[in-house]
Design a protein around this ligand. Structure first.
Ligand SMILES: Cc1cc2nc3c(=O)[nH]c(=O)nc-3n(C[C@H](O)[C@H](O)[C@H](O)COP(=O)(O)O)c2cc1C
Length: 183
């Protein structure tokens, strides 16, 4: 059985998240053996424990990055985690082979509806930094699971909140299926 690490890059997962919170809670139940790495709980001060994070990565076969899209990229917390943890001698460089062969799967949400991403700016354009990082570090990029239209502004609208709850649970289910297919 392959070991799964799910890293949440939402900066306020417990206190200010709708979709990512549901997705992470569902995954914890659906994949009880997975290691859950909630960066916002561990590092509210953005001071990453590099050794601990490298150890989690080293022990994993499948690495899932779960995050909301912030300004067409990942949140600063997840970017900081990558900058601190993916260092020469660990993830790259002649001695840095720790990530080689591990599977990388992205799982993200946007406030904009899925129709906002089209030929001019496709959803795939949001994944570039991770695809390239996987290539550089020897990880196998396994694609993404994506849900759009989980808008911050809609949280207080009961009808929209119900719809967002449904798509968030459905996202977790799709993500589970994808992870299971890699195991
Ligand atoms: C600082 C910030 C920047 C955002 N930038 C984008 C963006 O570039 N594109 C987009 O579709 N949504 C954007 N959003 C909306 C989030 O992607 C959306 O609220 C999130 O995916 C919902 O997940 P959550 O309920 O777990 O917070 C942004 C939200 C914040 C707070």
């Amino acid at each position: 059985m392959k070991k799964v690490l799910i890293i949440s890059g939402h900066p306020e997962l417990r206190d200010n998240s709708f979709a990512n919170k549901i997705i992470m809670e569902d995954l914890a139940k659906l994949l009880p053996d997975a290691v859950i790495d909630d960066l916002s709980a561990l590092y509210p001060d953005y001071k990453i424990n590099v050794e601990a994070e490298q150890k989690k990565l080293t022990n994993a076969d499948i690495i899932v990055l779960q995050f909301p899209i912030f300004w067409y990229s990942c949140p600063a917390l997840l970017a900081k985690w990558m900058e601190d943890v993916f260092v020469r001698g660990f993830s790259h460089g002649s001695q840095g082979k720790a990530l080689v062969g591990k599977k990388l799967l992205l799982s993200f949400t946007t406030g904009a509806p899925e129709s906002a991403y089209d030929a001019a700016f496709p959803v795939d354009a949001l994944t570039g930094r991770f695809v390239q990082t996987a290539g550089l570090t020897g990880m196998i990029y396994e694609g993404y699971v994506y849900t759009g239209g989980v808008s911050y502004a809609d949280r207080t609208d009961p009808t929209r909140a119900t719809a967002m709850t449904e798509v968030s649970h459905a996202h977790a289910k799709r993500l589970l299926e994808k992870i299971t297919s890699l195991m």
